[in-house]
Design a protein. Structure first.
Length: 276
């Protein structure tokens, strides 16, 4: 009887787990953009936005030029740590790589003067006296400022390189910019999403192994990382009824062969009314 009761309990737990996943999934629709390039999601409000997904620096610069020419007043969002493509995480603190990152940021500042109405949101290391932050900066018409710093760092590779921020940098949070695993952090309510946030724009390098040096086969990678993304989005929409949209701009690290997980997730509507 005890064995039967234990089995019944386990079966019930499994049933409830899958039931919760089904209930979470009903909260949103998702549109994928599984390739590098520029994509233009339908926006709920605010500054028109485009995702600029690239796996090399030259590809990124060419796409920025193209996007700014086609849509000069857009906010152009890069993936996470775009200024470090071609570098290993462990190399980022090295002075020569610090100089290379600064050189790429300077290149973008000069480029931005030819597209003064465009806002470039760029993922980059921020070399600060307190440590190196995994940050987002805004570059517009030759000037640069900090937009956000990554707050959720749980991979061993990142922990050896970056300092986690304990403070939200943004003042206006109706549309919140986030860095990769911050989506996971907000999904489990640490840190908690601001109450007025209606949309999240996330810069990601999503398919990064949690353990430094780990390499996975292509097929398991697709299931592993796509499943992690949809589960994270489900958590966000289930936990925050006010959240209406999440835009993910991604790139693929050299450790995996899967295409980037660029996507736009939007809360479902019923007769034009957003479901909660």
């Amino acid at each position: 009887m005890r064995i039967f009761a234990l089995q019944a309990g386990i079966s019930y737990d499994i049933f409830m787990y899958h039931k919760r996943l089904r209930e979470q999934a009903r909260h949103y629709d998702i549109q994928w953009y599984r390739q590098t390039g520029v994509f233009y999601p339908e926006q709920l409000s605010g500054t028109p936005t485009a995702g600029v997904s690239a796996n090399t620096w030259r590809e990124y610069i060419n796409l920025i030029r193209q996007a700014a020419a086609d849509h000069p007043a857009h906010r152009l969002i890069s993936p996470e740590l775009m200024t470090t493509v071609g570098m290993e995480l462990a190399e980022i603190p090295i002075p020569d790589q610090h100089a290379a990152v600064n050189g790429r940021l300077t290149e973008l500042e000069k480029l931005s003067t030819s597209m003064p109405t465009a806002e470039l949101v760029v993922g980059t290391p921020e070399y600060h006296p307190d440590g190196i932050y995994n940050s987002l900066v805004i570059i517009q018409n030759g000037t640069r400022r900090i937009l956000e710093r990554k707050r959720t760092i749980f991979s061993s590779a990142e922990q050896g390189t970056f300092t986690a921020s304990n403070t939200l940098q943004q003042q206006c949070t109706r549309t919140l910019s986030a860095v990769c695993a911050d989506l996971v952090g907000y999904g489990v309510q640490y840190p908690k999403l601001p109450q007025d946030t209606r949309a999240i724009h996330a810069s990601c390098c999503w398919a990064t192994p949690l353990e430094e040096g780990a390499r996975y086969a292509a097929a398991p990678d697709e299931k592993r990382y796509t499943g992690a993304m949809t589960h994270t989005l489900s958590n966000l929409f289930a936990r925050y009824p006010q959240l209406q949209q999440v835009i993910v701009v991604d790139r693929t690290p050299s450790s995996t062969a899967i295409p980037p997980l660029n996507c736009v997730a939007r809360r479902k509507t019923h007769n034009g009314i957003i479901e909660s």
